[in-house]
Ligand binder design. Structure first.
Ligand code: PMP
Length: 422
């Protein structure tokens, strides 16, 4: 089933209407499940998003009618599978506005994309005494690979600090960047705080010092429009499963010139042009970085997810989710004993909070008994938790199918937590 938005509603400059959201909700079969006998209210979109019919259908169709390995066979199915796989790459290219489709490398997800860059670009270009700059609000997957690179090369990890609102302290950027800075790796949107970072400004400053920039777009790719050429970033990574697509598939965008100069990340089939015992020649982009049989169904599913996002419109999604965030923030900040972590001026639909009366896990369990799925924990951002002096938070993260009624139910659930624990 696909959704058709009439002409009038396709205007890019305004948020989705209640009726449109109701129609979009019908695209998500999982929204009909009833956890604990209650209608599902899914507020764990930052962990993984739910999947619309068109994604499920694309995967089903691939396995039922098109399944074959790609780039290898000359038979009918192999040609169809190869064309569907490469067509998905083109959809990603257009979605991110990359200059060339060979700049899109399919990975397992954001984590693998970062590891690919740190192992390939990093090991080739980073030496002892060089510096890598990340920020205090990074997900562990944008911290640990750089620490590993530093351990292996003798480079030094620098960290851009944040303030109590959960914003980067940009005044410190100039001091932390130096001619020794080789890589700057920054998240577009923080999964723990919701902060939208001014990445264009950071990219410009990093380039002035000759550093390359990797943007972690795990939390932005399905919430904000992204244009890699306008941003001017060197690398950008994201995960299909947070974009209404399948798990196990992700994207590394890299400028062709950089990807070309980088050694392969893994060796194996498909990433070579010829193999002899005395010398192997590597394949051209992007295949040089896609060793072995790829996640073909995943890429096709991601292509369908991108079509879904395009059919709704990224600007309209951004506007609608901003409305949801403002609505939820206004309610929660007025509940006594609820403290929101992450109050940046520029925020995406992530609401992290703690309560004086209850542990985040208890809050999560009570909300679960009401059918409300939130996340409780450190959100793989332990430095952020440490900075705010809390072991964990409860996090509600929004998607285009969430509604104000659901936020009212969340608020009622929080009042119930207070009733039980106070
Ligand atoms: N970066 C950020 C900001 C994230 O939110 C996540 C997932 N929570 C990741 C990286 C890692 O993504 P994945 O597990 O899909 O590789």
């Amino acid at each position: 089933m696909t959704i058709t938005l009439d002409r009038e509603t396709i205007k890019q400059d305004r948020a989705l209407t209640t009726e449109e959201v109701e129609r979009l909700r019908n695209e998500f079969p999982i929204l009909r499940t009833r956890p604990n006998g209650k209608p599902l209210i899914y507020f764990d979109n930052a962990a993984t998003s739910q999947k619309p019919y068109r994604v499920l259908c694309a995967i089903d169709k691939y396995y039922k009618n098109q399944n074959a390995n790609v780039h290898r066979g000359v038979h009918f199915l192999s040609e169809i599978a190869t064309s569907a796989y490469e067509c998905a790459r083109k959809k990603v290219q257009r979605f991110l506005n990359a200059n060339l489709s060979c700049e899109i490398v399919f990975t397992r997800g954001t984590t693998e994309g970062i590891n690919l860059v740190s192992n390939s670009y990093g090991r080739k270009n980073v030496k002892a005494g060089d510096e890598i700059l990340i920020s205090y609000m990074e997900h562990h997957s944008n911290i640990v690979p750089w620490q590993m690179l530093c351990e292996n090369t003798g480079a030094v990890l620098k960290v851009l600090p944040i303030n109590r609102e959960g914003e980067l302290i940009l005044d410190d950027l100039e001091n932390l960047l130096s001619p020794r800075t080789k890589i700057v790796a920054i998240t577009h949107v923080s999964n723990a705080l919701g902060t939208i970072n001014p990445i264009k400004r950071i990219i410009r400053a990093a380039h002035e010092r000759g550093a390359v920039v990797l943007i972690d777009a795990a939390q932005s790719a399905s919430h904000l429009p992204i244009d890699v050429q306008d941003l001017g970033c060197d690398f950008l990574v994201c995960s299909g499963h947070k974009m209404y697509g399948p798990t196990g598939i992700g994207v590394l965008y890299g400028r062709a010139e950089l990807l070309d100069s980088m050694p392969p990340y893994q060796g194996g089939g498909d990433m070579i042009l010829s193999v002899r015992f005395d010398k192997t020649t590597y394949n051209t982009l992007p295949h040089k970085f896609e060793a072995g049989t790829p996640h073909i169904a995943g890429a096709i599913g991601l292509g369908a997810a991108i079509e879904f996002l395009n059919s709704v419109g990224m600007k309209r999604i951004e506007a609608y989710e901003r409305q949801l965030l403002d609505y939820a923030t206004n309610i929660l900040k007025n509940i006594d004993g609820v403290h929101i972590i992450g109050t940046a001026r520029e925020k995406a639909g992530v609401l992290s909070f703690y309560m004086d009366c209850a542990h985040p896990h208890d809050i999560g369990q009570i909300l679960d008994s009401l059918g409300i799925a939130v996340r409780a924990g450190h959100h793989c951002a332990q430095p952020v938790m440490e900075f705010f002096g809390v072991p964990a938070t409860t996090r509600a993260s929004f998607a285009l199918f969430n509604t104000r009624d659901e936020i009212d139910a969340l608020a009622a659930g929080i009042l119930k937590v207070k009733e039980i624990f106070e």
